[in-house]
Design a binder for this molecule. Structure first.
Ligand SMILES: Nc1ncnc2c1ncn2[C@@H]1O[C@H](COP(=O)(O)OP(=O)(O)O)[C@@H](O)[C@H]1O
Ligand SMILES: [Mg+2]
Length: 245
């Protein structure tokens, strides 16, 4: 097994707050690894450390066997990121957003055009090439961000709540595309609040609460272990039913 991401006793502190608290995990090549947990559990903070957006406070974190402290530029060339918040340039159209993004990577000009055509086709956006961002639906924006994340042909895709707020059709279309990427061998890290999404897409998952991993395993095995009917019941058993505060 080839380990793509390895975290050992990973910690992130913001002033007095410990957002990620001694977290350890290994993500293997070709798997979809999911982070579940209530709002504020530390999922996004963990993702951000993996893609080099947020410095690690303590512990060890490597991606492709490279240190996120020393080799983040190399790592960034090999990953694709779907951040929790949409981050498209509203002044540009669809193709321009992808073109500008491609400039962060040394992709030859002709390849950029070919990839844009290919990826817009893959995400059913071919007829939106010239559309301004604010005229796209929520599902289209999310698909465009996915297309953007694939421009540099990444080996690892980091998906922070890729389908939050989308209608069922839009979610299913994205699941379908993610499943296709998985069959092509893509390694994926996923966070979601949708238990059906975690069940359908993830090979292994962890549940985080208050910055810590409180449960980990294969989705179906966790349902069995806790003697419940579905993943949502596992989640509620592990993190409790009450509000956090
Ligand atoms: N930039 C930041 N500065 C200070 N606190 C932060 C920052 N980002 C996140 N936090 C805090 O860290 C904790 C974990 O947040 P986050 O990782 O976004 O959780 P999740 O993605 O699981 O909802 C929360 O208490 C949040 O308020
Ligand atoms: Mg988050």
């Amino acid at each position: 097994m080839i380990v793509i991401v390895s975290a050992k006793n990973l910690v992130k502190r913001y002033n007095g707050l410990t957002a990620v608290d001694q977290v350890s995990f290994e993500i293997e090549r070709g798997e979809c690894f999911c982070f579940l947990g209530p709002n504020g559990a530390g999922k996004t903070t963990t993702m951000r450390m993996i893609y080099g957006f947020s410095p690690v406070t303590e512990g060890e974190l490597s991606v492709f066997g490279l240190s996120v402290d020393r080799d983040i530029r190399t790592i960034k060339q090999r990953i694709g990121v779907i951040p929790q918040e949409n981050s498209l340039d509203p002044d540009l159209n669809v193709v321009q957003n992808l073109t500008i993004y491609a400039r962060y990577f040394d992709i030859p000009r002709r390849d950029v055009e070919n990839r844009i055509t290919e990826l817009l086709g893959f995400f059913q956006l071919s007829d939106k090439r010239e559309e301004k961002i604010d005229r796209l639906s929520g599902g289209m924006k999310r698909r465009l961000i996915l297309a953007r994340a694939l421009m540099n042909r990444p080996e690892l895709l980091i998906l922070d709540e890729p389908t939050t707020g989308l209608d069922p059709q839009a979610r299913h279309l994205i699941w379908d595309r993610l499943k296709e990427l998985k069959t092509q061998g893509m390694t994926m890290i996923l966070t979601t609040h949708y238990m059906d999404e975690a069940m359908i897409l993830s090979d292994r998952l962890v549940i985080m609460d208050h910055g810590r991993i409180v449960e980990a395993g294969i989705p179906a095995a966790l349902v069995h272990k806790h003697g419940v009917n579905n993943l949502e019941e596992v989640f509620l058993k592990v993190v409790g039913r009450g509000l956090q505060e």
